[in-house]
Design a protein around this ligand. Structure first.
Ligand code: TPP
Ligand code: MG
Length: 472
C-alpha cells in the first residue's frame, strides 16, 4: 500500500516550513517514529518522523523546498498495514518526538547525536540554512521590485471625497460640542480632544476594510467616529450611560466597539503598540487577511513598549500599520526636546521596516499612504510605520490651557487646517460651493444636538453592572 506523507503542522507563525534535508534515501527502509527528514520552522530545526513502517519510494519535496502544512512531501510503500492503523493522516503527530527516542532510535541515531561531519543529509553534501528570516528577506526583496504603487488622486469619486469631508466635520462638531458639555459638568473625568487631527483618523480608517481593526489612545473620539461608531453610542459612553459603547465603564479615554473593529482606547502611552503586535500575530496565525492600524502619539516613541511591540511585529512580518500621530507635543513637551532625531518615520529603518512621513493634515495623503501600507500588510510585507504630521488645536486635556504653543507655530498650522483644506479642494473641483459646505456643518451640528438630547435620557449603570464584563 502506498502512503502519502504530508507535512505535519509544525510551525508556530508561518504557513510554511523549509526542508533542511532528507535523512533517508529513496529505496531505504524506515521504521515508524524514525526521523525521515529535518525541517526549519519559524522557531527551530525539527526532525520529522515517519508515521509508518515501509520503504521511502518517492520524495516529492526535496531539500530547500518551502512546503505548506498538509502538503504531500513523500510516498512510502507500507510494509505492515497494521502498523499504520491510527495514522490515516500524516498531520497526526507520531508518538515519539525528539528528546524521547522511540524503539527505532537505537537503530538510527538522530543526526543531532552525531559528530558535525556525520550530520549529512542523505540527499546532498551540505545542509542549506534557509531560515524563516532569510526566506522572508528574500520575499521582501522580490516584492520591492513590484511596489504597491501610488493611488491615483484623479480617480477618486466625488462622493468619496465628500464623505471624507462630512466625517471630518462630524468629528470637529462632536468635539466642539463635547467641550461645552464638559464645561457644564455632564462628563465625568477629563477629556482629551482631537480638533485639528481629524484627517489622521478619517484618512486611516477610510483606507481600512470593516473587518480590519484599530487600536486607539486616550484621544480616541475621532478614531471611534471614523471607524464607524455612531455619535450616540460614543456620547452615551462619555455620559457614563449603560447604553454607551462600553456600557458606561470606559468613559472618554476608553471608547471602542470590538464588533466595529475598534479595541477600546488604551490610555497608557505606548500601551497599544505591543497589543497591536499581539493582534497581528493572531491574525497571521488565523491566516486572516485583516490588518491592524495602531494609533499612538509622538510621546509613545521613547517608551519601551514601542520598541518591544514594533520589533516583534517586524521580525514576524505581522500585518500591523503603526500610525504615529505626531502633533509635535507630548502633553506640553515639544518633540525636539525629547528626541534628537525628530523624524519619527526614520525609526522604521532601525527595525528593518518601511517608515514614511506623511502630511497628516491632508486627508487624501493619509488615505493613500494607509491604503498602500494596508496592501503591504495583506501581502505579507508588513509591518509599516506611518508618521502623520499634524497639530492639535486645543490643550492636551480640558485641564490644559495650552500656553506652550508659540503663536507663529499655531498660526502656521491653523492655516493648514485639514477641514479647510479639503473644503478648498471641493470648491476648486466644483464639487461643492460655500453654502454646501456650511450645509454639511449644519447637518453635523443637528446630529450632535439630537444625540445630546438622547444622551440626557440614558440610564446610568445599576450596581449589578459593577462586575459584569470584568475579567480580572
Ligand atoms: C506610560 C505613561 N506615561 C505617562 C502617561 C501620562 N500621559 C498621558 S498623555 C501623555 C502625553 C502623550 O503624548 P503623545 O503620545 O504625543 O499623545 P498626544 O497627547 O499628543 O495625542 C502623558 C505623558 C501615561 N498615560 N502613560
Ligand atoms: Mg503628541
Amino acid at each position: 500500500m502506498d502512503f502519502a506523507m504530508r507535512m505535519p503542522d509544525l510551525a508556530t507563525v508561518d504557513a510554511t516550513v523549509t526542508i533542511v534535508g532528507w535523512l533517508k534515501e529513496v529505496g531505504q527502509q524506515v521504521k515508524r517514529g524514525e526521523p525521515l527528514l529535518e525541517v526549519e520552522t519559524d522557531k527551530a530545526i525539527l526532525p520529522v518522523e515517519s508515521p509508518v513502517v515501509g520503504v521511502l519510494s518517492e520524495i516529492t519535496a526535496g531539500r530547500g523546498a518551502e512546503v505548506a502544512m498538509g502538503q504531500i512531501i513523500a510516498l512510502l510503500s507500507v510494509f505492515d498495514e497494521a502498523a499504520t492503523a491510527g495514522t490515516p493522516s500524516s498531520t497526526e503527530r507520531p508518538a515519539h518526538t525528539a528528546g524521547t527516542p522511540g524503539p527505532s532510535a537505537a537503530l538510527s541515531p538522530h543526526p543531532k547525536q552525531l559528530a558535525p561531519e556525520a550530520r549529512r543529509p542523505a540527499d546532498g553534501a551540505t545542509m542549506p540554512r534557509v531560515s524563516m528570516f532569510e526566506r522572508n528577506r528574500q520575499r521582501r526583496a522580490q516584492d520591492s521590485l513590484a511596489p504597491s504603487g501610488p493611488v491615483d488622486r484623479e480617480s477618486y469619486q466625488p462622493d468619496f471625497i465628500k464623505s471624507l469631508y462630512e466625517q471630518m466635520v462630524l468629528i470637529r462638531e462632536f468635539e466642539d460640542g463635547v467641550k461645552f458639555l464638559f464645561l457644564e459638568g455632564s462628563m465625568p473625568g477629563t477629556i482629551h480632544q482631537c480638533q485639528g487631527q481629524e484627517a489622521t483618523a478619517v484618512g486611516v480608517c477610510a483606507a481600512l476594510e470593516s473587518s480590519d481593526f484599530i487600536t486607539s489612545t486616550f484621544r480616541g473620539h475621532g478614531h471611534a467616529l471614523a471607524k464607524g461608531l455612531s455619535p450616540e453610542e460614543l456620547l452615551f459612553e462619555l455620559f457614563g450611560a449603560v447604553t454607551g459603547c462600553c456600557r458606561g465603564k470606559g468613559g472618554s479615554m476608553h471608547v471602542g466597539n470590538m464588533q466595529k473593529g475598534m479595541v477600546p482606547g488604551i490610555a497608557i502611552v505606548g500601551g497599544g503598540v505591543p497589543l497591536a503586535a499581539g493582534m497581528g500575530l493572531a491574525l497571521k496565525m488565523q491566516r486572516s487577511k485583516s490588518v491592524v492600524a495602531c494609533f499612538f502619539g509622538d510621546g509613545a516613541i521613547a517608551e519601551g513598549a514601542f520598541h518591544e511591540g514594533i520589533n516583534l511585529a517586524a521580525i514576524w512580518d505581522l500585518p500591523v500599520i503603526f500610525v504615529c500621530e505626531n502633533n509635535l507635543y507630548g502633553a506640553s513637551t515639544r518633540v525636539d526636546r525629547v528626541m534628537r532625531n525628530d523624524r519619527i518615520a526614520d525609526r522604521g529603518a532601525a527595525y528593518g521596516i518601511r517608515g514614511e512621513r506623511v502630511d497628516g493634515n491632508d486627508v487624501l495623503a493619509v488615505y493613500e499612504a494607509t491604503k498602500i501600507a494596508a496592501a503591504d500588510c495583506r501581502g505579507g510585507r508588513g509591518p509599516v510605520l506611518l508618521e502623520l504630521l499634524t497639530y492639535r488645536r486645543t490643550g492636551h486635556s480640558r485641564r490644559d490651557g495650552c500656553h506652550y504653543q508659540p503663536k507663529e507655530e499655531k498660526d502656521a498650522w491653523f492655516a493648514r487646517d485639514p477641514i479647510d483644506r479639503l473644503g478648498q479642494i471641493l470648491i476648486e473641483r466644483e464639487l461643492a460651493d460655500q453654502a454646501a459646505l456650511e450645509g454639511v456643518q449644519a447637518k453635523a451640528q443637528a446630529r450632535f444636538r439630537a444625540a445630546v438630547e438622547e444622551a440626557r435620557k440614558q440610564p446610568l449603570p445599576v450596581l449589578d453592572e459593577l462586575t459584569r464584563d470584568v475579567l480580572a
